[in-house]
Design a binder for this molecule. Sequence first.
Ligand code: OAD
Ligand code: ZN
Length: 267
Amino acid sequence: MTARPCASGSSAYLRRMDIAALDLAAPRRLVVLTGSGISAESGLPTFRGGNGLWDGRKVDDVATADGFAIDPKGVWAFYSDLRAKAAAAEPNAAHRALVAIEERLGDRFLLVTQNVDGLHQRAGSQRVIEIHGSLWRSRCSRSWCRRGPFADRTFPIGPPVPLCERCGSHDPTAYVRPDIVWFGEPLDESAIWQARLAMLAGKDDGLVFLAIGTSGAVWPTNTFVRFAADQGADTISVNLDAPENARSFKSVIIGRATEVLPALLGT
Ligand code: OAD
Ligand code: ZN
């Protein structure tokens, strides 16, 4: 890969025409982190920036447990709309490039996604960790409920807000909620450790860490690049504009995921 050095910081900024396919010959490993930008070309909105989901909307209203307690109907209207949009969307060439490289690498590949849209799985990805949950699962809003998350493809809008089958009969506000990690809620520790272990496993095998379509604004996923770098990884960001954590990457490729990934992964 040829690089045009960046004026500030130590990252190299690459243009589309500078990209050569990565060497992923055995025993090299690839850990990929995706964000909403990879689904943008499937027609789904990203979170930040103009026309993003958080643009002009108070995150606290739709993405916190407090917001849900105040207005469960409004929160379900928001997520039902997202479910409808995700159901209507199709995986794109970037999702498919990740499927193709996974077929080549097998267990030397892991995909960690912040996305809740399910498009990676629909494209055919197998080794996927959904670190922020899934639009396609719901769970009880009561933390003590013993009913676990369950598959749910419904679109609840307006009253009645669905009640938990287990608690709803004796607690009239034990509503069902999306199984998505909201602000202020802990991530699944085992998911984080699965990602870190995959990076540790690559320490002596030539790890490549690739972040695609994520602004690097959200912790702890925005620290994965530094964890990967500590394992000696080649770290690459593919994004429409420089992510907030750009300086932590060895290479930053500015471009559309659907154009960059097939070339970068040689698929
Ligand atoms: P953001 O909206 O913060 O960032 C999306 C990034 O994708 C931006 O930096 C864009 O430049 C880039 N992008 C847009 N179109 C692209 C394309 N075609 N090709 C490549 N890049 C493109 O979304 P995330 O980083 O995913 O959490 O946000 C992280 C988390 O914040 C989300 O998972 C969500 C949100 O709050 C939860 O809902 C729990
Ligand atoms: Zn319950």
